[in-house]
Design a protein around this ligand. Structure first.
Ligand code: FMN
Length: 358
């Protein structure tokens, strides 16, 4: 049994403590029904992870408005018709002893008119997308808040707001994609207003111990690392969130901004004052050694993505074996099926180069 702090409980400001520090990253799997309701395949994929010992089991990005759908077969949280499936999922995750969360998402311009049946929306007019009007931005805030309330009603312990990867919240945060002249644009404070209003609204609408996380990107997607660091520090000290999940894609990668002196992304964000907010990192956590390095480097927890697709019981393997590394890629479709992935998810993983054996 490991004595490393990776397997010590993690108390958060609000909501249940996590039994240890290995969480399931949000993973789009294209398995939901066309109306955004949960399918049996998605239920199986996620509950198998909860049973496999993940401290926190997070859903894929779930869209908060029909117009925010980014993928076919995406989970939805914009309609009460989606509540029964979400309720069944939350109960099963809880029964397995895992903390549960829904990732709240809106794709903004990163979708197609073919998928959503109308022109996509964004902070400003872009090729293919139109700028949201002021009252539509208010409606967007409301949609995130209502999504969080639905997650609460379904029995989830909390939600994570998806502010990373270039989707609508990033489109507002970035000066490249947000050229608005109103209160939702301009300087850093105006561009981050939408994010703040979403988090404040969720806090007001949901019960006091509802656990709220935020996912941000440390670089790319139109935001300089220095501004991402300022935003991360501000929000971690705002009292609005319980954890910040930094989506690094590779935790040990040096920041691409040369003025940051080659420091790793993990190091840059771990050194920010965090005011009791928990800091998690995602990206290339493939082995027990990787997970330990993240914790030793100052993170409070890790989020595992692809390694968790390969092994439903990754936390147990990390705990049992300090030398564990996930099975070599590519893995067979039969292996993924045995690990609880349905056919649509396996087909999606074929689009990730080198993941599934031909
Ligand atoms: C198949 C797949 C689907 C993903 N879907 C989401 C998602 O819905 N929301 C999100 O924030 N990140 C998503 N990501 C990013 C992961 O959460 C994670 O941050 C990333 O894969 C890096 O971690 P890893 O190296 O452990 O895979 C996805 C990644 C993969 C591979």
């Amino acid at each position: 049994m490991s004595k490393h702090p990776l397997f010590t409980p993690l108390a958060l400001k609000r909501g249940p403590a996590w039994p240890h520090r290995v969480a399931l990253a949000p993973l789009t799997n294209l398995q939901s029904n066309p109306d955004g309701t949960l399918s049996d395949d998605e239920y199986r994929w996620l509950t198998k992870r909860a049973e496999g010992g993940f401290a926190l089991t997070m859903t894929c990005a779930a869209h908060v408005q029909p117009i925010g759908q980014g993928f076919p077969g995406q989970l939805g949280i914009f309609d009460d018709a989606q509540l029964p499936g979400l309720t069944r999922l939350a109960a099963a995750i809880k029964a397995a002893g895992s903390v549960s969360s829904v990732q709240l998402h809106h794709a903004g311009a990163r979708t197609t008119a073919d998928l959503i049946g109308e022109q996509p929306v964004s902070a400003s007019d872009t090729e293919g997308a139109r700028a949201l009007k002021g009252e539509e931005v208010e409606g967007l805030v409301e949609a995130f808040v209502t999504g969080a309330r639905r997650a609460e009603l379904a029995g989830f312990d909390g939600v994570e707001v998806h502010g990373a990867h270039g989707y609508i919240l990033t489109q507002f945060l970035s000066p490249e994609t947000n050229q608005r002249q109103d209160d939702w644009g301009g300087g850093a404070a105006g561009r981050s207003r939408l994010l703040r209003e979403v988090l404040t609204g969720i806090r007001k609408a949901c019960r006091p111990d509802f656990q709220v996380g935020l996912r941000l990107s440390p670089e790319r997607f139109g935001l300089e690392t220095s501004e991402a660091m300022e935003l991360a520090e501000e929000v971690m000290n705002s009292g609005l969130i319980d954890y910040l999940d930094m989506s690094m894609w590779n935790y040990s990668k040096p920041a691409q901004d040369p003025s940051l002196g080659g420091a790793s992304l993990l190091d840059l964000f771990a050194r920010l004052p965090r005011g009791g907010t928990r800091l998690g990192v995602a990206g290339h956590v493939r082995s027990t050694a990787d997970a330990r390095r993240c914790i030793d480097g100052g993170a409070d927890f890790v989020m595992a993505g692809r390694a968790a697709i390969i092994h439903h019981d990754l936390p147990r393997r990390f705990q049992a074996d300090p030398d564990f590394t996930h099975a070599p890629l590519p893995v067979s479709a039969a292996h993924l099926a045995a690990e609880g992935l349905g056919p649509s998810f396996i087909d999606y993983m074929r689009t990730w180069p080198g993941f599934v054996a031909p």
